[in-house]
Design a protein around this ligand. Structure first.
Ligand code: MN
Length: 324
């Protein structure tokens, strides 16, 4: 990682101002890594601006808004109307995202030099004109990377930002389960040293009971396709995030070692999110179906097929692979 941080240091020195942008519907990993980057960059005596649409902030729960108020560090936010006021030689930094479709505000990507830092599986639509790109899909979260970057830069982050980062790691690893290494725990320890607060963290991770009940109802309809693989079919229109959440949650149950969740992303596309605790390679199955991913974390999107057809295909592939 040191090589990366050295490289980032050199890049930061070349610019006066920085716009940090995460993905649409930012989660705590996207938000935390953006905030952490702002604070680190300012330690270089540079200007850092967080690109955040206020309307997105409203969607956050009360607790995240309150956390913003508790922050001692002044974070300057810009949005689609105000980012043009940023002066000086400016670099756009994307964190937790690498495609135009998923960034908070795509237009900005064409207006500045940009670099990409991400841990999602590389999509073929990645933004091609970046000056520098670091994508490590084995990394638990951007929060983990930024915790190390802060530590490397001798920046002790604001305790609220450290807390958001810790919550970001917790969300992206499904509570220190997926993609968790000794480095992940070390990052958590770094953040605790910086003052991350476990009560505030729990507040940040609270969700609405409605969301919970909805997910529980999906989970209730899931079924086993082998003695250790579960499947959930969602007939509502849902986001890919919901599909991932259901698949991840299924892994918490006895006997389930892998899970597939299918749902309608829009009128013509069905999304599949696949998760495994490690022994069953769900990445192979998703690749076979035109998607991508890792052995424990993979997905695909399919047009022009019914849920039933896709279900049949997955079951067939699962049985083929288990036989092999
Ligand atoms: Mn993330």
């Amino acid at each position: 990682m040191e090589e990366l941080f050295l490289k980032l240091n050199l890049i930061i020195k070349e610019y006066d101002s920085f716009i940090i942008m995460g993905h649409k519907n930012p989660d705590l990993d996207s938000l935390g890594s953006s905030l952490g980057l702002c604070e680190i960059i300012e330690s270089f005596n540079k200007k850092a601006y967080l690109f955040l649409n206020d309307k997105h902030l409203e969607k956050y729960n009360e607790n995240i808004n309150q956390a913003f108020n508790k922050m001692k560090k002044d974070i300057i936010c810009v949005n689609e109307n105000t980012y043009k006021n940023v002066t000086g030689k400016t670099l756009l930094i994307l964190t937790d995202v690498h495609t135009k479709e998923r960034v908070e505000y795509p237009q900005v990507c064409d207006e500045y030099d940009l670099i990409i830092l991400d841990h999602h599986i590389k999509n073929k639509n990645y933004i091609k004109n970046s000056k520098f790109m670091y994508i490590d899909s084995n990394l638990s979260s951007m929060s983990e990377l930024i915790a190390y970057f802060a530590n490397y830069s001798n920046v002790s982050l604001d305790y609220v930002i450290a807390t958001i980062l810790l919550a970001g790691i917790e969300i992206d690893t499904n509570s220190f389960n997926l993609k968790t290494t000794n480095k992940t725990y070390e990052a958590a320890s770094i953040l605790m040293d910086m003052g991350a607060d476990s009560i505030l963290k729990q507040e940040l991770l609270k969700e609405s009971m409605d969301d919970y009940v909805k997910r529980a109802n999906y989970i209730k309809t899931s079924f086993m396709i082998t003695d250790n693989i579960a499947m959930c079919l969602i007939n509502d229109k849902v986001s890919d995030i919901t599909l991932a959440e259901v698949s991840e949650e299924l892994l918490n149950f006895e006997d389930i070692e892998a899970s597939f969740t299918l749902g309608k992303l829009n009128n013509s596309t069905i999304g599949v999110s696949a998760r495994s605790i490690g022994k069953i390679d769900v990445g192979m199955i998703m690749k076979e179906m035109g998607g991508g991913g890792h052995s424990s974390n993979a997905a695909c999107q399919i047009n022009g097929k019914t849920m039933k057809e896709i279900k049949g295909e997955i079951i067939r592939l699962v049985k083929d692979i288990l036989k092999a």
